[in-house]
Design a protein around this ligand. Sequence first.
Ligand code: NDP
Length: 273
Amino acid sequence: MPEQKVVVITGASSGIGEASARLLAQNGYRVFGGARDPGRANPIPGVKFGTVDVTDESSVASFVEWVLTEAGKIDILINNAGVSLVGPVENTSIPEAASVFDTNVFGPLRMIRAALPSMRTARSGLIINISSVLGFLPAPFMGIYASSKHALEGLSESLDHEIRGFNVRVVLLEPTFTNTKLDVNAAHTQAPLGVYEGQTKATITAVQAQIKSAPSPQVVAEKILAVINGPYKMRQPVGGQATLRSRLRRFMPANAVDGSLRKSFGLGKVRTS
Ligand code: NDP
């Protein structure tokens, strides 16, 4: 019988993380799910929960140490935990922005720094970083979130060059809108919206409508399973919409991409001189 592969996934308490942990366990993987408060996470058959706050270095270190003590190895690390922030860039305070980067960029970095030594020693491993379509496209009024995912993309591509010689690779998974609690859980910038009020509200309405009719997190979970079992490819958009947007970004004239993006975020054309 082939040895059971060990998967670690952060943010397994809800949305994409929960669906992925469940699907991977159902498919024979030994899954360790991270949650800030495992007591509040829905139990998932075959998934062991541990406490991890990815913004806390010592929490990350003891979580990874616990998995290595239990399982002796980590084959696949899925950096899924993430937060969003809604509001105009001009109104965003540095602590608000730093808090998003602390979770979405430094969180994966902390997890990678903790898990990578054991992968390098084993000369085998896969790191899946959950980015977003907003990791290669801008998002008005979600500028800090989008820039955190752009940063995660740069970090992932750089890292992949450094570690592939140890037979450890990095994948960027790029879902489009997915029906989770991400937007409900999103923080909003504290400063009054002022001149941006109308546009911000239009964008929030457009995003909420898109999330409501978006595919379930199961779709992302199935893609994760396919990525683990399929041939290696760095960038993996999830579903037709994300693949289309990825291609448009690369091959379409910038003007056309700009127009379609404004429309999907509820913004109209602006005449500039
Ligand atoms: P959810 O809000 O449902 O889940 C987010 C998860 O991240 C929760 O389990 C939450 O755990 C965890 N989390 C947040 N902060 C921390 C922290 N400091 N330490 C540890 N865990 C933390 O959203 P999604 O499932 O949608 O989000 C999962 C990932 O998918 C994110 O990286 C997001 O950016 C990405 N994504 C989502 C899209 C969408 O439209 N939904 C589209 C593209 C990408 P807790 O229970 O402790 O709060």
